[in-house]
Design a protein around this ligand. Sequence first.
Ligand code: ADP
Ligand code: MG
Length: 243
Amino acid sequence: LDLRSEDLQTISELGAGNGGTVSRVMHLPTKSIMARKVIHIDAQPAVRKQILRELQIMHDCNHPNIVSFYGAFLHESEISYCMEIMDVGSLDGICAKNGAFPMDVIGLITVSVLKGLNYLYTNHKIVHRDLKPSNILINSAGLVKICDFGVSGQLVNSIANTFVGTSNYMSPERIRGWNYGVQSDVWSLGITLMELALGRFPLDAECRSLTVLELLQHIVNEPLPTLPRRDFPEDFCNFVDIW
Ligand code: ADP
Ligand code: MG
């Protein structure tokens, strides 16, 4: 499928975040609905072309728990990539609307995300690098899939160099600039699962008024967050505690 900006008609906005905006679009030649992410990056044309080349790896990432990739292209100095639309949306939105998730749903989410991460790492040596509720999506078939993983080292670098490049889900070693590996995705998954269980960001209680920098310092210096054991099954508390 050769995607071109001219062939895509925007239907609605789905959201905006880390350096990009996502909209629901129709691909006119095939009448198919897709999600299109547009990324604004101030970079040399050569860097943008490299990002585009690196994004092509996503064509080879085929797994039931990975959001399908339809293609990427450059348009007026912006990078776009199109992917499968996940019609129920992302976990942050569902959590904001419905509050905490029931344990059985958290179980399904955990298994789905781990299968997706395991596929990416064992088959493509890809570490996600940006796992968080907004990058975990659900569709009305009940499937849970992950998106926005770090296929393009150049894209990861370009976003890291901007103001929006930090995330509340970053592990202490990532914040310190140490080696980044699968363990850092495990941290992000733990924080994400705690948030889904609590219905709010797990560090929020003490951190509500912290600046980005203070929150990052808190993650690096303070003890690990844990769940109140009286409110949740013991197995789940142990699962998010292991690190
Ligand atoms: P972030 O992930 O940091 O919130 P993004 O630009 O990646 O920022 O995504 C913005 C929003 O678009 C997400 O929060 C999510 O709700 C929505 N979104 C992203 N990809 C899809 C998709 N494939 N299908 C449906 N919604 C999506
Ligand atoms: Mg995202």
